[in-house]
Design a protein around this ligand. Structure first.
Ligand SMILES: NC(=O)C1=CN([C@@H]2O[C@H](COP(=O)(O)OP(=O)(O)OC[C@H]3O[C@@H](n4cnc5c(N)ncnc54)[C@H](OP(=O)(O)O)[C@@H]3O)[C@@H](O)[C@H]2O)C=CC1
Ligand SMILES: O=C(O)C1=N[C@H](C(=O)O)C[C@H](O)C1
Length: 235
C-alpha cells in the first residue's frame, strides 16, 4: 500500500517507521514547506498528523485528490462537520480518532461503563487530568475531550467541560499539565468525602498511537464514508 504522510513531525516519523516495517511504501511526506505536492501526489491512503490550524486544509486536499484520509490531528474539530459533508458529497473516505491507541480505546469503553454506574450516585465529583509533553499545541487534549463526552453521555446533569478546576454541577473540569517528554497520560477521577475512584491510562511511547493509525489505514483503503474507531474495532 502507498501511504502519504501529511505532517512529518514526531507522529509522522513514527508512523513512517511502522508503515515500512509492515511492508508499505511511502508515497510522499507533506509538511509546511512542500504543500504544492498535493497537486500531483497519488496514494492509496493518507495519514494526517499535523497542526490544529493545518488539518482542515490538509484533509480537504487529500479528499479532493480522491485519497482516503486517516486523521489524528487534534484541536480543529469545529470544522470537522464541513469535512464530513465534503466526504459524503464526493463519495470519499474520512476517518477520525482523537486517539488511535488500542489501549486508549479500551479505556474509552471503561470510562463509559464507569460513568454509567456513577450516574446513579450524586455524591461523587468527577474531574479529569491530562499530562502531555511541552510541545503540545492544544489543550485540553482531544483524548480528554472524548473522555468528557463519554461522561456527559451517561452522568445526568453534566452538560459541558471546562479546561480548569470547577465545582459547577453541570461542568466537568479538565486539568492540563505539560511536562517534558510525556507521550500522554489521562486520568478520570470520582471523589467523594469518604473515598475516590480513579481510572488512568499511561502511554509509554508514541508507538501505540502510530501502529493504530497504520492498521486503520490498511482497513480504510477500500472503504467509503465517514468512519470512526467504533466502525474499526466493533467492540
Ligand atoms: N489521534 C492520535 O492518536 C494522536 C494525535 N496526535 C496529534 O497529532 C498532531 C501532531 O502531533 P505531533 O506529530 O506530536 O506534532 P509535531 O509538532 O511533532 O509534528 C507536526 C508536524 O506537522 C507539521 N505541519 C505544520 N503545519 C503543517 C501543514 N500545513 N501541513 C503539513 N504539516 C504541517 C509541523 O511542521 P513545523 O514543525 O515546521 O510546524 C510538524 O512537522 C497533534 O495535533 C497531536 O495532538 C498525536 C499523537 C496521537
Ligand atoms: O499531542 C499529543 O502528543 C497527543 N495528542 C492526542 C490528544 O490530544 O489526545 C493523543 C495523545 O494523547 C498524544
Amino acid at each position: 500500500m502507498k501511504v502519504l504522510l501529511v505532517g512529518y513531525g514526531k507522529m509522522g516519523k513514527t508512523i513512517e517507521r511502522i508503515a515500512l516495517e509492515r511492508g508499505h511504501e511511502i508515497a510522499g511526506r507533506i509538511d509546511v514547506h512542500n504543500q504544492h505536492e498535493f497537486d500531483t501526489v497519488t496514494a492509496d491512503v493518507a495519514i494526517e498528523f499535523s497542526h490544529p490550524d493545518a488539518a482542515f486544509n490538509n484533509v480537504k486536499r487529500c479528499l479532493e485528490r480522491k485519497i482516503p484520509v486517516v486523521c489524528g490531528t487534534t484541536g480543529w474539530l469545529a470544522r470537522k462537520p464541513e469535512i464530513e459533508a465534503l466526504t459524503k458529497n464526493i463519495n470519499g473516505a474520512f476517518f477520525y480518532a482523537s486517539n488511535y491507541s488500542l489501549g486508549v480505546n479500551i479505556f474509552f469503553k471503561l470510562n463509559e461503563h464507569l460513568a454509567r454506574m456513577m450516574g446513579n450516585f450524586g455524591n461523587y465529583h468527577v474531574s479529569m487530568e491530562e499530562i502531555h509533553h511541552t510541545e503540545k499545541k492544544d489543550a485540553p487534549s482531544g483524548t480528554a475531550i472524548t473522555l468528557a463526552e463519554g461522561v456527559m453521555k451517561h452522568v445526568k446533569g453534566k452538560r459541558s467541560w471546562v479546561n480548569h478546576d470547577t465545582t459547577a454541577p453541570e461542568e466537568i473540569g479538565i486539568k492540563s499539565l505539560r511536562i517534558a517528554q510525556v507521550p500522554g497520560t489521562h486520568t478520570v477521577r470520582y471523589s467523594s468525602a469518604v473515598d475516590e475512584i480513579e481510572i488512568k491510562h499511561t502511554a509509554h511511547t508514541r508507538e501505540g498511537f502510530a501502529s493504530g493509525a497504520v492498521m486503520v489505514a490498511e482497513w480504510l483503503r477500500d472503504k467509503k464514508g465517514v468512519l470512526s474507531m467504533d466502525d474499526f474495532l466493533q467492540f
